[in-house]
Design a protein around this ligand. Structure first.
Ligand code: KIV
Length: 293
């Protein structure tokens, strides 16, 4: 059986230069695939708003949705480190709300850590959750929950000024007590600098190769989500194509009556079939002999 990695294991991996493998998952089946594949860490991301619910962004996602999906992922991957993603307005208002909502992830879905977006401006939220005894992953760079302030889903840290702001945010996240940090859509020179500066593991989604591990969104890398594919994604499968082809074939088979086949039915017990045929024939005859009303 796979041994679940702990936060200490991730610190050890950073020390030894070993890469952490990290993927999103929103449901039981993909969580089982991830665990079987030996993935180190799963994020139940609020990207499920787009990938599962078909929303335009992550803003409408609720705590209850996140909890239901995190529970399913935990059932599918009992031996993998699971991170619950705190949705919009579950932590932005005040420290107490952040602690209560983070606590729900741990109590109801038995996650190992929670992730929240932002640097300097959420430092007190991170500290409050950590002080309550929970592990936190920070998330800076392109932070989808504040994408309207960033002018859209745009890479960050591409100018000296912006790079310095990312570094300041990364330090604030570490100083607030976060155990891990995720950098999204940041140039590799800047993410590599942050990786060397921080003592906590620094993970990347679209932040280049110089980090302590890589995250991809499962729906992007498996080719499930087709609306758009960010530049940093590598496609490992074309699941949407395979599913659409299979469903098209099924529609054809049903219309042509080539499904179901004899192997897809439940036959009657032979002696019972003889009796059934005799009974049906008698019933039919009796009906024919009945005078019309
Ligand atoms: O929700 C999510 O999947 C995320 C990633 C984009 C990092 O937060």
């Amino acid at each position: 059986m796979k041994k679940k990695k702990s936060i200490q294991d991730f610190y050890g991996m950073k020390e030894k230069g070993e890469q952490v493998t990290y993927i999103t998952s929103y449901d039981f089946p993909t969580a089982t695939f991830a665990e079987k594949a030996g993935i180190d860490m799963i994020l139940v991301g609020d990207s499920l708003g787009m990938c599962v619910y078909g929303y335009e962004g992550t803003m409408p996602v609720t705590m209850n949705q996140m909890i239901v999906h995190s529970e399913a992922v935990r059932r599918g991957a009992p031996n993998t480190f699971v991170v619950g993603d705190m949705p919009f307005l579950s932590y932005q208002t005040m420290d107490e709300a952040a602690v209560e909502n983070a606590g729900r992830f741990f109590k109801e879905a038995r996650v190992d850590a929670v992730k929240l977006e932002g640097g300097v401006r959420v430092a007190s939220r991170i500290k409050a959750i950590v002080d309550a005894g929970m592990l936190v992953m920070g998330h800076i760079g392109l932070t989808p929950q504040s994408s309207s302030q960033l002018g859209g889903f745009k890479a960050q840290g591409r100018t000296l000024e912006s790079a310095k702001a990312q570094i300041e945010d990364a330090l604030a996240v570490q100083e607030a007590g976060a155990a891990l940090i995720l950098l999204e859509a940041i140039p590799p020179e800047v993410s590599g600098y942050i990786r060397d500066l921080l003592t906590i593991p620094v993970l990347s989604i679209g932040a280049g190769p110089h980090c302590d591990g890589q995250l991809l969104i499962v729906s992007d890398m498996l080719g499930i989500f087709e609306a758009f594919t960010p530049k940093f994604v590598k496609r490992y499968a074309e699941v949407a194509k395979v599913c659409t082809e299979a469903l098209t074939e099924y529609v054809k088979d049903v219309r042509n009556r080539t499904f179901p086949e004899p192997k897809n039915i439940y036959p009657m017990i032979p002696e019972e079939l003889t009796k059934f045929k005799e009974w049906a024939a008698a019933e039919k005859k009796a009906k024919e002999m009945k005078p019309p009303k």
